[in-house]
Design a protein around this ligand. Structure first.
Ligand code: HEM
Length: 247
């Protein structure tokens, strides 16, 4: 096992009381928009859902308009597919026309849709954060057991076009490090955009894309528990009352 488990990092959405930190999720969206969307779609997320994060109708419309949606007609003059501006009812599209184009641009790897990535990968947001901050030199790399990769397997070499990342299951990932320098994104809320902060914020955003109703689920769970507890107490008192005179 040369790949590492997720780093220990906390998200506001963790645990049974977890809620979203809306400012953080907005910052995460900004990173998705400015960095990740160059390669990754969010095919299960509609633009209008951004209202949940605190953007108003006009802002959501303006955001949607920054994306282009391909329409099934070909421009008769150029033979190119036609596009229109995205509407708020559209979903975040892939930047590529199809899988072939996506692979051609990514050293034959396919950038996965990110809508559900925090559900489909063990460790969820903790994994995504670890992956984004986990790129490093393979030279001298030790796993959790202290084994040195190049000592154990001297022939291991990250193939050209791939990038060494011990949090990725097979250690070599086709995605170049997307967050490389502090200040890469200028946050609207003035938060300092260190690589660590950006990685955390975009991971928090991807928890929201995977489960925008997480807060409702947590709340419904607690209300249900409270109801069941009350019902149990009442049932017990009724039982005592009913049998009070029986010997
Ligand atoms: C894979 C996140 C930006 C290209 C992935 C994976 C995640 C991810 C979680 C899946 C890893 C896995 O399979 O477990 C992000 C985030 C980004 C970002 C949060 C923005 C901060 C980019 C950009 C590109 C890109 C800008 C293109 C230049 C890819 C490719 C893969 C991938 C090609 C597939 C890698 C492989 O299977 O080897 N990304 N990504 N990503 N990403 Fe990104």
């Amino acid at each position: 096992e040369f790949h590492l488990g997720a780093k220990d990092v906390r998200f506001a959405s963790d645990g049974a009381f977890g809620r979203f930190d809306r400012e953080q999720v907005q910052r995460g969206f900004q990173i998705y928009k400015e960095v990740c969307s160059a390669c990754h779609s969010l095919k299960y997320v509609s633009f209008y859902q951004l209202k949940d994060l605190g953007y108003n109708e006009a802002e959501v419309k303006a955001i949607a308009n920054q994306w282009a949606i391909e329409v099934p007609t070909v421009n008769p003059e150029t033979g190119e597919p036609s596009t229109r501006k995205a509407l708020i009812s559209d979903r975040f599209p892939s930047p590529y026309a199809n899988e072939t184009a996506a692979r051609a641009a990514n050293n034959n790897a396919l950038p996965p849709d990110l809508s559900l990535i925090t559900e489909s990968r063990e460790g969820g947001a903790h994994y995504v954060y670890s992956l984004l901050t986990g790129y490093r030199n393979q030279q001298g790399y030790r796993n959790a057991k202290g084994q040195e990769l190049l000592k154990e397997f001297p022939d291991v070499k990250t193939p050209a076009g791939l990038h060494f990342n011990p949090y990725f299951a097979n250690l070599n990932i086709a995605m170049p490090p997307p967050l490389t320098s502090d200040g890469q994104v200028t946050f609207a809320d003035g938060t300092k955009s260190t690589v660590d902060q950006m990685a955390k914020d975009v991971s928090a955003f991807l928890v929201w894309t995977a489960e925008p109703t997480l807060e409702n689920r947590h709340r419904a769970g607690w209300v249900t528990m409270l109801f069941l507890l009350t019902a149990t107490v009442l049932a017990y008192l009724a039982y005592r009352n009913l049998w009070a005179n029986a010997k």
